[in-house]
Design a protein around this ligand. Structure first.
Ligand code: GLN
Length: 542
């Protein structure tokens, strides 16, 4: 049976709890253990699918089609273990399940309460399907003391009691701020945070103390004394220039060693960190640099494109270059000439997106890339923009557009309501719940032999993750192909175009899926590796 590690946070949010969890997962894995990571989110949304990227950052999609928190992306990138529906839950879903159970009469007339009914549901979720790993790491979203979080903290406290001390470990992540005017690091917020945690019955075993400055031993001892842990269990987490250094630095500070000690394990094999050393060395010592313009909508919030920026970084690792990303709000091209902004870039990427705002600007960016022979990568909505541009400017279909925004004269992108998967017909419920109408999760595609993508993947059968409602209208595919923009990847039933490319262009590929979700630092996604390679060639031209 798995041992459980709970990771909670205090003081403020955004301290990198997800990354710390992912790094610990990677460290235990590097010691030969099987790990699984889960995230418990206290907010009341049933899932993050309907939350604005401005609010919540990226929605990470799993193979089995769950719309989850972006921390699951960190978990996958650090451990390579694919996440699933059962790895992320919110208060909203927990309450939904409790209420449904109550409606079915399964509580047999009893008063339904937070304790034990909500907490039982949380415990059931935490423990489900955890038998096939050595360590299950559960991160609790938010910070200790948040009202929504209380049932989760109560549930993990109970689990600590029920499973016993040798099967559970509590890690608490806090901030140790540096006060400029005093010239000192302050431990008080950590003391208060731990006090809050102990107030609800949880004594942390290990403290992770995030700080901009190194934490001297004296401060470590002080934190240990006030928080009732040993000084060795006060682990400093200093800001790093690359997130991929986290496993190495946390190991140096003894994180994995102390966690194993909590479980009474002192004879674990030392971790093989060679892949992390390789990644960090590559990140820090690139041989060159390329500039990629990412032309999208949610540019103020970098977290909205978290997996994308990581996948581009991985593409750089594959080519031994640093990828300098220029995040450009596409609306700017609706006022100013795109050329002024794109003249000096080596590649242009139009990522996923929704709605009307900024679409004309994205189409301008596609046109620039196509006409100037600049490597172009269109992802999901980026493919849609490329299809609209080609329809209008190459095929002369005036008024071509997507039914996502209005009623275009030529619906080159439209809503498909039916398709087949695994020989079954799947239907998209039009007008159903907002969260439930998308094509979500992994779908296979068949690539045309001899196409660029078949060469890039080194295969003609692939599987990639989707998250969208609209599709390229097959009714226009022949016409677009005749003008040089051809489908090179299809759904197995040949009803849905999955990839399109311009063979007569240095690198122009649009994909209906989200390849960025499956890229890993030690296993860069082939499309990103190839796109960055094309950008390297482009940089030598200019
Ligand atoms: N808005 C488009 C759709 O729903 C594309 C979605 C996306 O880019 N993820 O089909």
């Amino acid at each position: 049976m798995a041992r459980l590690i709970f990771i909670t946070g205090g003081v403020v949010s955004s301290l990198g709890k997800g990354l710390a969890s992912a790094a610990l997962g990677a460290l235990l894995q590097a010691r030969g253990y099987r790990v699984r990571l889960r995230k418990l989110d206290p907010y009341l949304n049933v899932d993050p699918g309907t939350m604005s990227p401005f609010q919540h950052g990226e929605v990470y999609v799993t193979d089995d089609g769950a719309e989850t928190d972006l921390d699951l992306g960190h978990y996958e990138r650090f451990t390579g273990v694919p996440s699933s529906k059962s790895d992320n839950i919110t208060s909203g879903r927990i309450y939904q399940q409790v209420i449904e159970k109550e409606r079915r009469g399964e509580y047999l007339g009893r008063t339904v309460q937070v304790i034990p009914h909500v907490t039982d549901m949380i415990k059931e979720f935490v423990m489900s399907g955890a038998d096939d790993v050595d360590f299950l790491l559960c991160e609790i979203g938010g910070t200790v003391g948040d009202i929504e979080g209380l049932p989760f903290f109560e549930a993990i406290r109970q689990l600590g009691n029920e499973l016993g001390r040798d099967r559970t470990c509590f890690i608490h992540l806090t901030l140790v701020p540096y006060i400029e005017t005093a010239g000192e690091l302050k431990t008080k917020p950590t003391q208060h945070s731990v006090k809050e945690l102990r107030g609800i019955g949880i004594q942390p075993d290990v403290l992770l103390c995030r700080s901009h400055h190194p934490i001297p031993d004296e401060e470590r001892r002080k934190i240990a004394l006030f928080c009732n842990v040993s000084p060795a269990c006060v682990i400093p987490g200093i800001d790093l220039s690359t997130i991929y250094e986290a496993p190495i630095r946390y190991h140096e500070q003894g994180l994995d060693t102390q966690v194993l000690k909590v479980f009474g394990i002192t004879d674990a094999p030392s971790p093989d960190l060679s892949r992390w050393n390789w990644v960090v060395d590559r990140v820090k010592n690139p041989e060159g640099e390329v500039k990629i313009a990412v032309v999208g909508k949610y540019m103020q919030v970098k977290d909205s494109y978290k997996s994308l920026s990581e996948a581009l970084t991985h593409g750089g690792l594959a080519n031994n270059v640093r990828v300098d990303m220029e995040w450009i709000d596409s609306e700017i091209f609706e006022r100013d000439d795109a050329a002024a902004f794109l003249e000096n870039v080596d590649g242009i990427l139009v990522p996923g997106g929704f709605g009307e705002r900024g679409t004309q600007g994205k189409i301008e960016a596609v046109r620039f890339a196509r006409e100037r022979g600049v490597p172009f990568f269109g992802i999901c909505y980026g493919l849609h923009m490329a299809v609209i541009e080609a329809a209008r400017d190459l095929a002369g279909l005036e008024g071509a557009g997507t039914t996502e925004i209005g009623r275009p004269r030529h619906s080159v992108i439209g809503l498909m309501t039916e398709w087949t998967k695994d020989n079954r017909t799947e239907t998209r419920a039009e007008g159903g719940d907002l969260g439930g109408t998308m094509r979500l999760g992994a779908y296979p595609a068949i690539l045309s032999p001899g196409s660029r993508v078949a060469e890039v993947y080194g295969s003609t059968e692939i599987s990639e993750r989707h998250r969208h409602r609209y599709e390229v209208n097959v009714g226009y595919v022949r016409q677009l192909g005749e003008h040089g923009f051809a489908v090179s990847g299809w759904s197995p039933d040949r009803r849905l175009p999955e990839i399109m490319e311009i063979p007569d262009h240095p690198w122009f590929i649009g994909v209906q899926f989200h390849p960025e979700l499956k890229s890993r630092p030690f296993d860069p996604h082939p499309l990103f590796a190839s796109f960055v390679a094309a950008a390297v060639r482009q940089s030598r031209l200019v």
